[in-house]
Design a protein around this ligand. Structure first.
Ligand code: AMP
Length: 396
């Protein structure tokens, strides 16, 4: 089976053509500068092709992707009919979606209803869906939501302690993000340890970071909230912050709430603390050269992640497995070591040699550690392709 996985942004569109059973990717690429001029980067194995193609809308971008996939020289399939289904990443499923689903008119309406919750991403995701429907009207399309995995949280985890009317009238609550990644890691962890009933915390640490507390494969709590701004400090996001900071800054600097939120999303996090970079490699290099601001940025990050792990361990009444994934979680040896050092009190012990790994699936805890600690590279595209295949096969 061939599934085309699409992640449409406002001016870009990422794609992968993959086999959901084996995870083999036959081709992948990126359309950029949609609505401006248009550039396609297409990769098959090690071969990379770059083309300037006019992309006045997402529709031309999808057409460019389909054309190159069937191209006699750079393509990997003979006809578009060889694409059995399309899986779309959709950011916000609000309270409408607790799982992936086959796209029909009602689903489109419900995704539109979630636009106020995901004002930047949902319209772009919809453009990707509508463009695919226009050029491949007979191919089933599936929506996979970044929020869906977290919909099993109990009310005590997802409700904010604010007047009920904002929840009842406006759907204001914790949703959480990176759900496709958290779901993939929860499934991989279950396969790796050979159990379905266990308690785990997954640390998705990348440019954006979130943690989730998972019991028997179901999400019980997660660190991001109504938006991806909440939780631990990130590359450029502040993470959790007292709402009065917004009031203070807006009043003192005559700043709009939107501008203040832009600052908290794009100019904060480890970038702001270090004054150097949002990239952990730069922070580690800075700290190694004695830059104390880089040291503080890293220490703050380790401390806040460890605090969430402590909180979720209490929430789950103990854990069996701790997993690290995404750019920093998969590659950041110093980060994993520093976080695990905080967790000695709960019997976490890692093998320093095994922890030297980058980007590979491996158990890094010692045999006598009370908690298994794993590094598991995430694969959101594979999760999207698998959900898509499952739904399309079930509907046959
Ligand atoms: P992601 O958002 O999952 O793509 O993660 C991107 C982040 O991973 C980058 O901003 C880096 O900070 C981090 N990263 C990638 N490679 C390394 C590495 N070798 N050591 C530490 N951090 C890394």
């Amino acid at each position: 089976m061939n599934v085309l996985v699409i992640n449409a942004g406002s001016s870009s569109l990422k794609y992968q053509l993959m086999n959901p059973e084996t995870g083999d990717v036959s081709a992948k690429g990126l359309c950029e500068r949609i609505y401006i001029d248009g550039r396609l980067t297409h990769k098959v194995g090690d071969k990379k092709v770059e083309k300037e193609i006019a992309m006045p809308s997402h529709s031309e971008a999808i057409q460019a992707v389909l054309s190159i996939l069937v191209d006699p020289v750079d393509g990997v399939i003979k006809s578009v009919d060889e694409i059995d289904a399309v899986g779309h990443r959709v950011l916000h499923g609000g309270m409408e979606f607790s799982e992936s689903c086959i796209i029909n008119d009602d689903v489109i309406k419900a995704i539109k209803k979630c636009i106020p919750l995901g004002p930047l991403h949902n319209p772009a995701n919809l453009m990707g869906i509508e463009a695919c429907q226009a050029v491949m009207p007979n191919t089933p399309q599936v929506a996979v939501f970044d929020t869906a995995f977290h919909m099993t949280m109990p009310p005590k985890a997802y409700r904010y302690a604010i007047p009920a009317e904002y929840y009842e009238n406006d759907d204001i609550r914790r949703y959480g993000f990176h759900g496709t990644s958290h779901k993939y890691i929860a499934r991989r962890a279950a396969a790796l340890i050979g159990k379905t009933e266990f308690k785990m915390i997954n640390c998705h640490l990348g440019n954006g970071s979130s943690l989730s507390a998972v019991k028997n494969g179901k999400c019980m709590d997660t660190s991001m909230g109504l938006s991806p701004l909440a939780g631990v400090p990130m590359g450029t996001r502040s993470g959790d912050i007292d709402a009065c900071v917004v009031q203070f800054i807006c009043n003192k600097y005559n700043m709009s709430v939107d501008d203040c939120l832009n600052m908290l999303n794009k100019k904060s996090g480890v970038l702001a603390l270090s004054g150097v970079s949002s990239d952990f490699r730069d922070l580690e290099a800075g700290a190694a050269n004695g830059n104390q601001d880089c040291v503080l940025a890293l220490e703050k990050f380790y401390y806040e992640v460890a605090k969430y792990i402590g909180a979720y361990t209490a929430a789950l009444n103990g854990i069996d497995v701790l997993t690290f994934t995404a750019g920093v979680g998969e590659n950041g040896r110093d980060t994993r070591k520093a976080i695990c050092e905080y967790l000695g009190f709960m019997g976490v012990k890692i093998d320093e040699e095994k922890n030297m790994v980058r980007g590979k699936e491996i158990l890094i805890s010692t045999p006598d550690s009370k908690v298994q600690v794993w590094v598991i590279p995430t694969n959101e595209e594979l999760m999207i392709a698998q959900d898509t295949a499952e739904l399309v096969n079930a509907a046959k």
